[in-house]
Design a protein around this ligand. Structure first.
Ligand code: ADP
Length: 778
């Protein structure tokens, strides 16, 4: 219900809404507004206040302000420094702007005053409901933390007019200017209550969301604070218990170690990067340990720690001699190697490969090299290694990854330049898990091993100071690229005499010491040691011999302690008491001259051995059967042997068509051992001839030699090993190709003395010596 318009000065408000019955302070700066206020204050006139639609507008026009505003009284004016003033106004009632005039020093508004409407009786119930609802909501608003001055709370409860109630709530609760204006626009109290209720609900919602957010932030803070306190408590407990404060100090200790270690740049950077990562991980997470273990692995490497080589050759020779009997060739080569090193310090030289049967001292001479040079010793067996990761480690992305064995061996050696023995390099296998041989190439190649990269460490590691020595039983089984980089030094089987000397000079003393027996208490003669060699061992090296001597010492120790004996003499007849029944395994299996069975001699990776060839004939159609895991070359030499024998049918007096009516079966026993090579040629000839002529073969001879189709006997290798094998089998006559005659010079005298070597040129020579003469056989 509007009255006739009244004229009054007007002040457009920016970002502000004034409600009736409410007092409010605000600052004004525009000259026209100040003039209006001053005029009203002096004349006691009312002022019309209405909000600008756009607060930025400097000179608002009729359309730029909200039509509904408030008629107010100016209560106070305070001049502020600068050209502005603070006014206190009090709203009286709503007014609607009908016209505006800007011709004077201030704006003049023509206002229709909107007196407060009285609610129709039919709407009273709704109005009451609104009031109640708003009151409840308002309470909730205050509980949720909406900021309302205490006096307002009190004032609100006193208000009786529903319209004013709505206005007061809106003035205190609603924050947005537009929303306040919405309330002001409502002339009807009912409509106003409804709007306020809607806006109040919205405010409550906002508060609730705010509260939720605040709560979750607080929870997070709480949790981390809790953890912090718990960790502090653990630290305190650990300190009380005298335990090292691991977690806290972990990172610091590692950092100090990283800084102190002479790491190469890349390694240091990587280590520090990992350390930073570790700092961010909770110590209880498994990842923390992974990183820590990694850093410890890096720091456990002997960065920058080198031993100085002792290149005094006289000393080296003395060490090698004192630790090993014989092995002259090997020792000489090692001394040469050291001499070159001395003359040319940067020379790396080839990689030495000690090749020979087991137990001949390959490992222990390598250890002596380390002693002689004053270096540390590291060792890794490559036998059966098929996974590249064993050499080079697993990448850290694998769970449970560890560094490869090259790196761990060096860690253990504790120096960057040890003597590193790579045992059994001929026994590496390769399969789907990668090719260990190519990883070994990277280890051994002096061009690239200064930046060897273990998969686990993933930083370059310098292996160029390491002196690698390899060992192999069978040189031919070493992968070719590796073979090319090595210089092979052969170690042969020992003769009985050598074994005896080794036992006397080293093994006995070593075993005495190991069993705590003072020298001189156990007396054991050379003849007794020879008996042990002959009847208790059958080997190329001295491993079993050492084991048997250990057994003697064990028994002796028992007797010293149990029976208080002070002197123990081991005699040949008493040897059984110490070692039990003789277990000579490699004896001549042929006890008598037999048809179709011949002693051959063969070379294998574990040294020389006797190799029986058996032939049987039976009625048939000229078929040939070959058994005993023979290699291709050996199969061919079997066929050649048959042809040779057939060619000799006249001399040997068997019908030429005989082998068309007979089947031949050639068997080489001990089928589990693969056999190959041409050197069994003469043996095959003898066995076939014997089988066809039924003349027995002398069991006390052994033979070796390749055969040609025309029956010539060709040179073969491994004479020393084969001669020693014959002796071990108790055979003292050996047929050898004549071309091998010069090789005998290499043989130790003790062997030459014990064997009668018979040199043969042809199959005929062989048969003459090997077959029992017809008269005697008859
Ligand atoms: P390999 O490595 O060739 O299989 P080892 O080095 O293990 O052989 O030798 C076996 C044992 O025999 C070791 O105790 C070693 O000291 C000893 N040994 C071998 N040859 C000799 C030797 N010539 N002088 C002294 N001891 C030896």
């Amino acid at each position: 219900m509007a009255d006739t318009p009244t004229k009054m000065p007007m002040v457009p408000l920016r970002g502000l809404v004034v409600f009736p019955d409410m007092a409010l302070h605000f600052d004004i700066g525009r000259p026209s507004s100040m003039a209006a206020v001053e005029h009203c204050l002096m004349e006691g006139e009312t002022v019309f206040l209405t909000a600008q639609k756009d607060a930025q507008e400097e000179n608002p026009d009729f359309g730029d302000v909200h039509p509904v505003g408030t008629v107010a009284r100016v209560k106070q004016v305070l001049k502020l420094p600068g050209d502005s003033m603070r006014v206190l106004v009090e709203g009286i009632e709503r007014g609607r702007l009908v016209a505006m005039d800007d011709t004077q020093s201030y704006l003049t508004a023509e206002v229709e005053v909107e007196s407060e409407e009285v609610t129709r009786p039919s709407d009273l119930i709704r109005q009451e409901a609104y009031v109640r609802n708003i009151a409840t909501l308002f309470e909730r608003y205050v509980i949720l933390g909406g900021r309302v001055p205490a006096e307002t709370l009190f004032a609100i409860s006193e208000i009786e007019s529903p319209g004013r109630f709505a206005d007061t709530i809106a003035a205190n609760v609603v924050t947005e200017v537009d929303e306040k204006q919405q309330v002001l626009n409502c002339i009807s109290p009912l409509e106003r209550l409804e709007t306020v209720m809607r806006l109040l609900s919205r405010e409550i919602e906002r508060l609730e969301i705010d509260k939720e957010i605040a709560q979750s932030v607080r929870q997070q803070l709480d949790r981390s604070q809790r953890e912090y306190f718990l960790r502090e408590q653990i630290k305190a407990i650990q300190q009380q218990l005298g335990e090292a404060d691991e977690n806290g100090d972990d990172a610091e200790q590692l950092r100090a170690r990283i800084e102190a270690a002479p790491l190469p740049d890349e390694a240091r950077e990587t280590a520090l990067k990992e350390l930073r990562r570790m700092d961010k991980i909770s110590p209880s997470s498994p990842e923390y340990d992974v990183v820590r273990t990694y850093l410890e692995n890096i720091l456990d490497l002997p960065w920058g720690e080198y031993t100085e080589d002792n290149l005094d050759l006289a000393n080296a020779r003395q060490v090698l001699d004192s630790e090993h009997t014989g092995l002259k060739k090997v020792k000489d080569r090692i001394i040469e190697f050291l001499a070159v090193r001395k003359l040319k310090s940067d020379s790396r030289g080839p990689i030495l490969c000690l090749a020979g049967p087991p137990g001949v001292g390959k490992t222990s001479i390598a250890r002596s090299v380390a002693h002689a040079l004053g270096k540390e010793f590291a060792r890794m067996s490559l036998g059966g290694v098929r996974d590249e990761a064993e050499i080079r480690g697993h990448r850290r992305t694998y769970i449970g990854a560890i560094p490869g064995r090259i790196v761990t061996s060096i860690q253990r050696a504790g120096k960057m330049n040890p003597v590193f023995l790579l045992d059994e390099i001929d026994k590496m296998a390769s399969d789907f898990r990668g090719d260990p041989a190519s990883a070994m190439l990277e280890v051994l190649d002096p061009e690239i091993n200064s930046t060897f990269r273990d998969h686990y460490l993933d930083i370059p590691f310098d292996l160029s100071g390491v002196m690698f020595i390899t060992t192999a039983n069978d040189v031919s089984a070493i992968p070719a690229p590796l073979h090319d980089r090595m210089e092979i030094i052969e170690l042969d089987s020992y003769t009985d005499v050598e074994k005896l000397a080794i036992a006397r000079e080293h093994l006995l003393g070593k075993q005495e010491k190991e069993h705590g027996i003072a020298p001189g208490i156990v007396e054991i003669g050379d003849d007794v040691i020879m008996d042990i060699i002959h009847h208790y061992t059958a080997e190329s090296g001295v491993r079993s011999l050492e084991r048997e001597l250990a057994a003697v010492m064990r028994k002796a120790a028992a007797r010293i302690v149990e029976k208080g004996e002070e002197k123990i003499v081991v005699t040949r007849s008493g040897l059984r008491d110490f070692l039990g029944a003789p277990k000579s395994t490699e004896k001549n299996q042929l006890q008598q001259d037999t048809v179709g069975v011949v002693n051959g001699l063969a070379w294998t990776a574990v040294g020389g051995t006797t190799l029986c060839v058996e032939v049987s004939v039976m009625p048939g159609k000229g078929n040939l059967e070959l058994t005993g895991q023979l290699g291709d070359v050996m199969k061919e030499s079997a066929k050649t042997a048959i042809s040779v024998v057939r060619g000799m049918s006249e001399q040997l007096a068997f019908p030429p068509d005989m082998n068309e009516k007979t089947d031949l079966h050639i068997h080489v026993p001990e089928g589990a051992i693969p056999k190959d090579g041409p050197s069994a040629g003469v043996t095959m000839v003898t066995a076939v001839a014997s089988a066809l002529t039924k003349r027995p073969v002398r069991h006390d001879i052994a033979m070796t030699g390749e055969i040609t189709l025309t029956g010539r006997v060709l040179k073969i290798g491994g004479i020393k090993e084969k001669a020693l094998a014959a002796l071990r089998a108790g055979i003292h006559t050996v047929l050898l190709p004549r071309e091998n005659r010069s090789d005998l010079e290499e043989l130790p005298e003790s062997v030459r003395d014990q064997i009668e070597f018979v040199f043969v040129d042809s199959a005929q020579d062989v048969l003459e010596r090997a077959l029992v003469p017809e008269e005697a056989a008859a």
